[in-house]
Design a protein around this ligand. Sequence first.
Ligand code: HEC
Length: 212
Amino acid sequence: MTTNKEQSFIKRLMKSLTKANELGQEDKVMTDHDYDGIRELNNVLPPWWLYGFYITIIIGIFYYVQVFTNSEEYSQDKEFVNDVEQANKDIEAYKTAHPELFKTDVVLFTDAENLAAGKTIFEATCLACHMADGGGGIGPNLTDDHWILGGGIEKIYHTISEGGRPGKGMIPWKGSFKPMQIQQVASYVISLQGTTPANPKASEGDIVWTKQ
Ligand code: HEC
């Protein structure tokens, strides 16, 4: 419930913000413009609008001075340079926080822990085509010293990450595994070399590479 007093306060507020002419008193603001009987009222600009307009002018002046006069404290160029600097710092910080995502130099793991992690991936994902013991099936035998795509940790890492020749069935795995995990499974593949699988597939590939 609004009381009469409140109502009149709101009325007065509206009146002062709009300076609207009373209905029925159009004569007061009627101009003598007459276009085929269509006439014009000369209403004042509503103060709420006018003050908003003045404020934008003032902000505009500050903005112009700040942004376009290349002041010492602030300029668009500086803001850009600062942003790039900050972004580079953020990237570095992210890289240090997540080294496993950004490893670029591939290393061969020989420790039990990483090989076990590689084995887990291999036996969950790769066995369908290479057999759990690496003897081969749809994919080539991984226990011999013949390689289609190249031996050694870097080439094997590359094969797993980027996939084999188009249409052969070895897809790129970089979308499924992190670089760290690809290193682990590549190391595991190398650890299989020289083992004797149950049903070894005949050697394929002209590249001969044997681990040290
Ligand atoms: C859908 C079947 C399939 C799956 C699953 C698969 N591979 Fe392969 N893989 C192949 C085929 C086929 C080739 C041969 C590619 C070519 O000839 O270009 C191959 C090639 C390879 C090679 C290169 C062998 C060489 O002689 O150069 C490696 C290493 C390898 N795969 C590892 C893996 C690992 C590790 C995984 C699991 C993350 C995996 N593969 C999953 C089918 C598969």
